[in-house]
Write a protein that binds this ligand. Structure first.
Ligand SMILES: [Zn+2]
Length: 178
């Protein structure tokens, strides 16, 4: 964690954590992910780039630990619990903001577009009409906007942060001398 409270932690996720990778990217985190990464590739990436490994694989977790790499074994199953688990285990913050999002498909930072002309071929007419700001991926060309799915993103994050509070309170209770 950095002093500013803003975490710049970067990740590499194993094949079983595609959904987590997409969510972290939406929340602004740099996450390398490929269904085709081998364990060896993931370890090499982590070693060379200082990324934190996210894994569901006990064997990979053990190998990463042995090499003194930062690694999180993701033990929970749904996305709310998983985001909470990542906050508790890595100290990242969850701050949904489409301006900070990365492309969920390819991890590239998005470019803010205010000129509708530039995106009109890639956005359904209704969304084009309803929004003034769009976010374009310079790498894969996908265009995003703050549609109804952002209500869902904010709800999931709110629920995850509630779980974090519950867990932290429980930890405080456990530490309190009786
Ligand atoms: Zn992209």
């Amino acid at each position: 964690m950095e002093k500013s409270g803003e975490s710049s932690e970067k990740f590499v996720a194993d094949a079983m954590l595609g959904e987590v990778a997409r969510w972290l990217r939406i929340l602004g985190y740099d996450v390398l992910y490929s269904r085709n990464y081998t364990d060896k590739q993931i370890l090499t990436i982590a070693m060379k780039t200082g990324r934190t490994i996210l894994t569901r694989d006990r064997g990979l977790y053990a190998r990463a630990k042995k090499r003194n790499l930062r690694v999180v074994y993701v033990s929970t199953d749904n996305i709310v619990e998983r985001l909470a688990e990542l906050v508790l285990k890595t100290g990242i913050s969850l701050d949904p903001d489409p301006r900070k999002s990365r492309c969920p498909e390819c991890n590239s930072p998005l470019i803010t577009v205010r000129d509708k002309e530039k995106v009109k071929d890639r956005v359904p007419p209704r969304a084009l009409e309803a929004n003034d700001v769009f976010y374009m991926c310079p790498r894969c060309g996908r265009v995003y906007w703050e549609g109804s799915h952002w209500r869902n993103i904010r709800r999931v994050v709110r629920e995850a942060l509630e779980l974090v509070e519950v867990a932290r309170n429980a930890a405080r209770q456990a530490r309190r001398p009786r």
